[in-house]
Design a protein around this ligand. Structure first.
Ligand SMILES: Cc1cc2nc3c(=O)[nH]c(=O)nc-3n(C[C@H](O)[C@H](O)[C@H](O)COP(=O)(O)OP(=O)(O)OC[C@H]3O[C@@H](n4cnc5c(N)ncnc54)[C@H](O)[C@@H]3O)c2cc1C
Length: 415
């Protein structure tokens, strides 16, 4: 298809995987990737793990060297922000460019940005977020000074930062409005394991407290005043209160947006030539039968590949039903390695079954609705997630007693 031009707005994991897939699938038209970040495209998980501690150099996060883009004839435009999409005219405007960029097909993979803290003092020097490589470099330099750190929010990023900061020798207090970390995602039983994990590493939790003010002296952070009024002394505040999808471009263009850019099973938006995937997309899952937006590495990776295929009109999924992956993610905190597969809808109120040794941090947890497996997780019980995914996909009823028994293989837990 020479002469055709595919444009990808957002050149992180999802965007680069899509470009890679277009070439693998034989697309020989032009590919332009536009990304607001000035760094060569990189993936984010190392930014809150070993690289943050200086154990790895930052190059572990870089997806490809610059030569790769040249070799694959991919026009990578870094430090450039797309400002508008004209759907009828099939063009994208780029900040600073006089002429808009023409596209035959467009992928929106603009990801998500951290939600900002909106309290007095939140602009102070020493209030940090963690999303980009620049953010991580700044944080790494500050952690090396062994500051007193207040982490706002006990979600995945907050807990990883707490672990990294403790490993770096900093004093760490985590302020969390709920009564436990990750409570909505995991429920109380499993959340308590994370509380204990961090307490065993001398992290202090301030549960049930909101943040009212960042306390400063001369513009520098000196602490956090929480809703109880009791201050948390701190030289560095790291905010991890979730992310919001970057839907502004899509919305202004008139694409359908609701908690992300709405796409169908083929990752196609409400315009037939425009696709979206990764953290920004809210897609209709053919496996689950409902929409979801996922903020994890595997979805950006697999979704990028799927979007590349879909832009070429190829079928997706094992049975051609569409983008049919189950959500999957991992996290590493101290010596605990965690993987999670599946999805629990917000209103599900699932039953939780565990197997193994929770206090020894070698266990699995399962979330069930009417004895059907919605999701499974392990802590330090490796090579289990493929079997968990098979049980979820089967949609067959399981026997909770068998699930709870470590001696019953996961392919024999059915009722
Ligand atoms: C510190 C950290 C650690 C993580 N660790 C894990 C982990 O352990 N496991 C896991 O499963 N997931 C993890 N994640 C989540 C995972 O990194 C994300 O799900 C993934 O990065 C999403 O990829 P994406 O390509 O969809 O979007 P993003 O990575 O958000 O990239 C979007 C890109 O779009 C660009 N962009 C946005 N708007 C515009 C515009 N208008 N014009 C041009 N460019 C634009 C941005 O600059 C950015 O480069 C982590 C995330 C962070 C921040």
């Amino acid at each position: 298809m020479p002469g055709r031009q595919f444009v990808i707005v957002g050149g992180s994991l999802a965007g680069v995987k899509a470009a890679e897939t277009l070439r693998i699938e034989g697309f020989d038209g032009s590919i332009v990737i536009v990304d607001a970040d000035h760094e060569p495209p990189y993936e984010r998980p190392p930014l809150s793990k070993n690289a943050l501690l200086g154990d790895d150099d930052w190059s572990v996060a870089v997806l490809h060297d610059e030569k790769w883009y040249a070799d694959h004839d991919i026009d990578l435009r870094l430090g450039r922000r797309a400002t508008a999409i004209d759907l009828d005219g099939h063009t994208v405007s780029i900040d600073g460019d006089r002429d808009p960029l023409r596209f035959d097909r467009l992928l929106i993979s603009t990801g998500a940005d951290p939600r900002r803290l909106d309290v007095p003092g939140a602009d102070a020097d020493g209030v940090r977020y963690l999303r980009t490589m620049d953010d991580a470099r700044l944080l790494q330099a500050r952690l090396a000074e062994r500051p007193r750190v207040a982490v706002i929010g006990a979600g995945w990023i907050g807990l990883e930062v707490a672990a990294a900061a403790r490993t770096a020798g900093a004093q760490v207090t985590v302020v969390e409005a709920r009564s436990a970390p990750l409570l909505d995602a995991l429920g109380a039983t499993v959340a308590d394991v994370f509380t204990q994990l961090h307490r065993d590493h001398d992290v202090t939790f301030r549960f049930g407290e909101g943040v009212d003010e960042i306390l400063t002296v001369g513009g520098h952070v000196r602490g956090v005043r929480t809703s109880t009024g009791a201050p948390v002394p701190a030289d560095l505040v790291v905010v991890g209160i979730g992310v919001a999808p970057n839907t502004g471009l899509a919305e202004a263009a008139g694409l359908e947006v609701a908690n992300g850019v709405l796409v169908d099973e083929r990752l196609q938006t409400s315009h037939p030539d425009v696709f979206a995937t990764g953290d920004v997309a809210n897609w209709l899952s053919p496996v689950l039968g409902y929409r979801l937006r996922v903020e994890h590495w595997a979805n950006a990776h697999d979704g990028g590949e799927a979007a590349g295929r879909s832009m070429l009109g190829k079928t997706l999924g094992k049975e051609g039903t569409g983008y049919d992956v189950l959500p999957f993610f991992w996290t590493d905190q101290y010596d605990a390695g965690i993987e999670y597969a599946g999805h629990v809808p917000r209103d599900a109120d699932p039953d939780v079954v565990t197997r193994g040794d929770l206090s020894g941090r070698e266990f699995m947890a399962f979330w069930l609705s009417e004895n059907r497996l919605l999701a499974g997780m392990h802590m330090n019980v490796w090579d289990t997630m493929d079997a968990v995914q098979d049980v979820i996909r089967s949609k067959r009823p399981v026997d909770p007693a068998k699930l709870a028994d470590p001696d019953v293989p996961l392919d024999q837990v059915y009722a």
